[in-house]
Design a protein around this ligand. Sequence first.
Ligand code: IMP
Length: 205
Amino acid sequence: MTGSSRYVLATRSSGKLRELEPLFANARIEVVTLDRLGIRESEREAEIEAFSTFEENALAKATYFRDITGLPTFADDSGLEVVALGGEPGVRSKRWSGRTDLIGLALDEANNAELLRALAGVTSRGARYVCVAALATSTGVLTRRGEVEGEILDAGRGSGGFGYDPLFFATELGMTFGEASRREKECVSHRGRAFHALLGAMRGG
Ligand code: IMP
């Protein structure tokens, strides 16, 4: 599924863009953002990821923006699954706090506060991040899943990454994703793993 010289990277998340743009640059794949294409955020977009699986949501985003742009399009859907919460917040990670009035850092802080509230007094803190990376082209679609295991701390550490990262202690790194460098996070993260696997599959690997 290679051959195209320009791809769309379809996300509105600045945190995801900060992680994915260098990953694509290293792989020598030219990606353009929705902003650079002048595609403004619409109300319809909020309804795209209404499914109950990361796979369905990632495919819905990739095909939606492929159809608008006419270009092969990468997208992802990701979230945090906490064992003691039965896998919540899962696909609802972004809006888990219920604060529809907030965006960016303020929304991240509200979600983190909600996570700490939900886990107050809970000793079993196991969690995993999940990401499904999707590519939609004119000839078909491709997805790959990445996961990373860890634990939810009872207070944040570090200011790197985004979202739940200061609270997520990654077992393989021995530190939180908030403390990790971008490169360290990419090596073990759900998103790094999903996109490296997707790029490998595109190359026939
Ligand atoms: P999506 O944009 O619908 O895929 O929602 C992703 C949400 O999951 C984010 O807004 C975060 O709340 C959470 N999330 C996913 N990946 C990460 C990550 O790498 N770090 C921190 N939070 C993440």
